[in-house]
Structures are given as structure tokens and as C-alpha cells.
Design a protein. Structure first.
Length: 287
């Protein structure tokens, strides 16, 4: 199995402000704006997460630079409750162009696991509106997952009807090299079914989900020591040895600023399977 760490959501290029962590620990991953002319895409006002309208969240946190009436690029689409769903819906994630070629070059396919991460900051309620907590740090954290059950060519006419609203079927400018990864029925790690769907979002922030090293800028990561390459093929885009440092039970990494998907082959890093099952899914989903 391959593990793919996938950078998604608002960042310094799209929106220029982080997604919030609510006072009760719930993560509210915000989608990037979509500037296409497609009328099949939803607005932020039409999207929900954990009972909250994303339109009011993006307006208050962006100080109205992004309006609730603006169109959102709902991808990865992981949460059943985000908007009304057609029969047969399941989590899905699209990729195209050079980013898709990177996944294909790494032979990412059926059974491989995406862990999505993004830019977050703690937020509080002030006069009924979300505001960032004064002095709270920025950090990167994992917020969702998708295990690949099937891969659909976005240009193929032979596709299920429920996929039509996905943005990668609404953007012909993405060209011929455009595919959608659809979640499996059940998440399976190391041959063991975990009894949870093949795609979803983590309910609350947990220490195990935080990538950023405490007290450091968000691109400085603190990972379990078994992520350290030690002669093995490193996480893609991170082959520069100077980016890595082994310190006790942690592998410290200066993550690259560019690149959407970072791929690691679990055949070379078998300890990651236990970490995924025990520390990420068993621990976090029961939190």
C-alpha cells in the first residue's frame, strides 16, 4: 500500500487564510474558491460541515474577501453532510495535469490511502462570528482520508450519475488528463478492515493529526521516527537529506512549499501500517 499525504484546502495561494479549529476541537476544513464559469458548482452558502454554514465562516474569517455567495471547489469531497447527495454518493477526490502524472508515476492506485492535510488555526466565537484566537499559532494537520476503491476518467462518458456534480466533471479546461479517485466501501489497512468508510473527515483535532513541530513555523514537521528515510526511498519531493533530522522518537522534516501529493511506499516503511491503524484511525476516531 502507498500512503499519499495530500495538501488541500485554503492556503497562501488560495484564500490566504487558514481553516479554523472550533473551540470544541472540531476542524472546519474550508474549500478553495472556484473561479470557473460552471453553474453546476455550489456556493459556500450552500455548504455545511458539522452543522455550520461554510458561507458565514469564510466571510467572517476572510473579512469578506471571500463571500458566501462565491463558488467553492468542493474537492476532496469527503463528508456526506456537506450538501444534498444523489443516490450512490461516496467520497471522491479529483486530480489532473502534472499532479496527476506524479501520482501515476508513483503507481498510486486501488487500495492506496490518501491522508489530506491543510493549514489550520484555532478560532473563537465573537458576537456570533468566527474570529481567530489572538496569539494562536498556525499549523498543518491531517483532516481527512480516502482509500482508493476505483479511478474514473473524468472525460469518459461511462460514469455513474452521482459523480456529475464533482468539480472535476464540471471543468473541461482541466483537459484530457483528469481523473477522479473514488473511495472504497470500507477502510482496510494491512489486510484488516477497520469498520469505517473508505473516506471521511476526522471529527476533532487530535495531537496525532498535527504535523507541525510545536513552536515552529507550519512547514516544520514532527513525524514518528519511522518516517526517517535511513537509506530507503524518501517521501516524494523530500529527497534532500538536509531536510531531515532524526531526534529521539521523532523524524523532523522541513516540508517543501510546492507539490500537492507526497507519496511513501509502505512496503519500505511497514511500521506506518501500525501507526495508521493504532494512532490515527483507532485513536482519533474514538476521541
Amino acid at each position: 500500500m502507498k500512503l499519499v499525504l495530500s495538501r488541500k484546502g485554503l492556503d497562501s495561494s488560495f484564500g490566504s487564510f487558514p481553516s479554523p479549529v472550533l473551540p470544541d476541537g472540531r476542524m472546519l476544513p474550508l474549500f478553495i474558491p472556484d473561479s470557473s464559469d460552471s453553474r453546476g458548482l455550489p456556493t459556500y452558502d450552500e455548504l455545511w460541515h458539522g452543522g455550520l454554514c461554510l458561507g458565514s465562516a469564510v466571510e467572517s474569517l476572510s473579512r469578506s474577501k471571500i463571500r458566501g455567495s462565491g463558488t467553492a471547489h468542493v474537492d476532496p469531497d469527503l463528508d456526506w453532510e456537506t450538501m444534498p447527495r444523489p443516490e450512490g454518493w461516496r467520497p471522491a477526490f479529483g486530480q489532473h495535469g502534472s499532479a496527476l502524472r506524479h501520482l501515476e508515476n508513483q503507481c498510486v492506485g486501488i487500495g492506496d490511502l490518501f491522508l489530506f492535510f491543510g493549514w489550520f488555526r484555532n478560532a473563537v466565537w465573537q458576537a456570533g462570528k468566527l474570529r481567530y484566537e489572538d496569539g494562536s499559532p498556525d499549523f498543518q494537520a491531517l483532516y481527512g482520508w480516502l482509500q482508493v476503491g476505483s479511478i474514473v476518467d473524468a472525460n469518459s462518458p461511462a460514469r455513474e450519475e452521482w459523480l456529475e456534480p464533482h468539480p472535476h466533471f464540471q471543468r473541461p479546461e482541466f483537459g484530457a488528463h483528469n481523473k477522479v479517485f473514488v473511495a472504497s466501501d470500507e477502510l482496510c489497512v494491512g489486510g484488516c478492515g477497520l469498520g469505517v468508510p473508505g473516506g471521511g473527515v476526522f471529527p476533532r483535532l487530535h495531537d496525532a493529526l498535527v504535523l507541525t513541530e510545536p513552536g515552529k513555523s507550519r512547514s516544520n514537521w514532527s513525524l514518528p521516527a519511522f518516517f526517517y528515510p535511513a537509506g530507503r526511498k524518501p517521501l516524494t519531493y523530500h529527497g534532500d537529506k538536509s531536510r531531515w533530522k532524526l531526534e529521539g522518537d521523532k523524524a523532523l522534516l522541513r516540508s517543501v512549499g510546492r507539490g500537492q501529493e507526497f507519496v511513501l511506499d509502505c512496503d519500505e516503511y511497514p511500521e506506518i501500517l501500525d501507526w495508521l491503524q493504532r494512532d490515527i484511525f483507532d485513536n482519533v476516531l474514538c476521541f
